[in-house]
Ligand binder design. Structure first.
Ligand code: ACM
Length: 527
């Protein structure tokens, strides 16, 4: 029973969970949860027990001993505390008591639990539509509630630059906003004529990283190079291929798609981005949480047309003895791979970075299906599996006219529940390179947090179970059981204020009639 006498006893290394429990359960259940003695039956005891695996936990609830959470490390204790909150019921997910005086009990039981994957990620694309800082902190709380531990923050793209860089102030003065925005898919005739923008100050970033670390979540920043860079070029035209186009005429991009305006492979560009990354490394220290050594450099979707036409790029190819533009991209990525490695950091990039060879420590986000991840694992690189055909949550979650701005494949809650991150082609040793998996939320057609919630939930709950639990093969997974458990989970999401897609389809205000999407029917196109 949780009541006024319930106290917290926190062993060495469990302070983050002690603070979190008091700050979350205290207001929700109207309880003080003071520090108390270890041996009381009214105690919630938190301890690190290194006989357990990292991130594993054992939660025991008994009449004689009260509650005890043992974790293999501080993160394990924290995940055990998340389970404790789940067992207390949906009210424990609110910010103030809805039934004052009500006392909550937990059935006596023991839960032993451990994650299948070490990297359980969510990508938020805060570049296409900015998510103000409070929204990111809220998503960190939602991730923690689902035992996800890596936030991949897509901070820069053609449509916006979202992180303050002190030595290059125009990146945010110019690059963080656009004058208008295409409404819907790029073929849509509609525009939102309101300016759109925003960025995180360096203190905002420090706060996000610290808030995440308190929740045992690593934040992996993505600065996308050499493609997806028009916002940076709009701010500093010398970064673009000035011998091919007039880069001074480029605005921050206001529409969607793959953009031909890419970085010039010049020393000016390299030095500029080394300066960017120097500030990024300071803001995202390598000691904050498990995967905090990683820096994502993008590397995806870099059209080579301007490099083909640029005398400067062609001269660089010749000078370096490269076979062509693809090798020039590999050289560009390789430069930052070595630069990061020399600073004790690890590069991760989209699977295009495999083309042309990679340094040994680099890791790959496999997004164009499984193939890139398979090739990377076979070459001895670590992999995060996030195939667009399965876990791009901007894709529609049902067929039909009611889905708001429907794009991509139909990927239902059940499809995500049956997603398998480790492809059967891999040997056990190769599969050991699969660090884990990640769901990606791109925001071209997600203009605000309600739209992000709608696309992300409930599917992120299914994804979280795939990432954490050792489930049977996709065909053998008991989706009916998952759906039954979702009934309880929808009540938690309601208490958390998540604007998820209801099982029966969107509420009227969740629809976007008349805004063109781009549904893809049938099999994925062969890229
Ligand atoms: C990507 O979706 N271009 C990584």
């Amino acid at each position: 029973m949780f009541d006024e006498r319930t106290a917290l006893w926190a062993g060495p290394g469990t302070g983050s969970t002690e603070r979190w429990l008091r700050s979350v359960l205290g207001p929700a259940l109207d309880l003080p949860l003071p520090p108390g003695p270890e041996d009381s039956p009214q105690a919630v005891r938190l301890r690190v027990d290194d006989t357990l695996e990292p991130e594993a936990y054992r939660l025991a609830v008994s009449a004689t001993w009260g509650v005890e959470i043992r974790g293999g490390d501080p993160a394990g204790v924290f995940w055990g505390a998340q389970t404790l909150r789940q067992l207390l019921g949906p009210e424990a997910f609110r910010r103030a008591p809805v039934r004052p005086g009500m006392r909550y009990g937990i059935p006596h039981q023991t839960v032993e639990d451990a994650p299948r994957f070490r990297w359980r990620g969510l990508l938020l694309d805060v570049a296409r539509h900015f998510m103000p800082k409070d929204g990111v902190l809220r998503y960190l709380d939602l991730m923690a509630a689902h035992k996800l531990n890596v936030l991949h923050l897509h901070l820069t793209d053609d449509q916006g630059w979202r992180i303050e860089i002190k030595r290059h102030p125009k990146l945010t003065e110019t690059g963080s906003w656009r004058s208008r925005t295409r409404l819907g898919h790029r073929a849509s005739p509609l525009w939102d004529e309101r300016p759109h923008g925003g960025f995180y100050t360096q203190d905002d970033i420090r706060e996000i990283v610290a808030y995440a670390a308190q929740r045992h979540i690593s934040v992996v920043p993505e600065i996308d190079v050499p493609g997806h860079s028009q916002a940076a070029i709009a701010a500093y035209p010398e970064l673009g291929n000035t011998d091919v186009i007039d880069t001074t005429a480029l605005p921050v991009w206001d529409t969607w798609g793959i953009n031909p305006n890419v970085l010039a492979p010049t020393d000016t560009t390299l030095r500029f981005y080394e300066g960017v990354f120097e500030e990024v490394l300071e803001l995202f220290p390598a000691d904050a949480a498990a995967f905090s050594a990683f820096v994502h450099i993008g590397g995806d979707e870099c059209p080579k047309d301007q490099w083909r036409r640029s005398p400067a790029a062609q001269a660089r190819i010749k000078e370096l003895g490269l076979a062509g533009e693809d090798e020039l991209q590999a050289w560009f990525v390789g430069h930052f791979d070595r630069w990061l490695a020399a600073r004790g950091r690890r590069l991760i990039g989209w699977d295009e970075i495999l083309e042309g060879g990679l340094a040994p420590g680099a890791a790959v986000s496999s997004w164009r299906g499984y193939a890139g991840g398979i090739a990377a694992a076979r070459a001895g690189h670590d992999v995060v599996m996030c195939p667009e055909q399965q876990v791009y949550l901007d894709h529609r979650q049902a067929a039909g006219e009611d889905e708001p701005v429907p794009i991509g494949y139909v990927r239902t809650l059940e499809d995500v529940y049956r997603f398998e991150p480790v492809p059967p082609q891999l040997t056990a040793e190769e599969a050991g390179h699969v660090l884990g998996t990640q769901a990606n939320v791109w925001t071209e057609v997600l203009e605000d947090h309600a739209r992000v919630d709608y696309q992300t939930f409930p599917r992120l709950a299914a994804f979280a179970e795939v990432a954490w639990s050792a489930l049977p093969t996709p065909a053998e997974r008991d989706f009916a059981d998952f759906e039954r458990r979702m009934t309880a989970h929808y009540a938690r999401l309601d208490a958390l204020g998540v604007a998820y897609r209801p099982p029966g389809g969107p509420k009227p205000w969740q629809r976007r009639p008349g805004i063109l999407g781009r549904p893809i029917d049938g099999a994925p196109p062969n890229r």
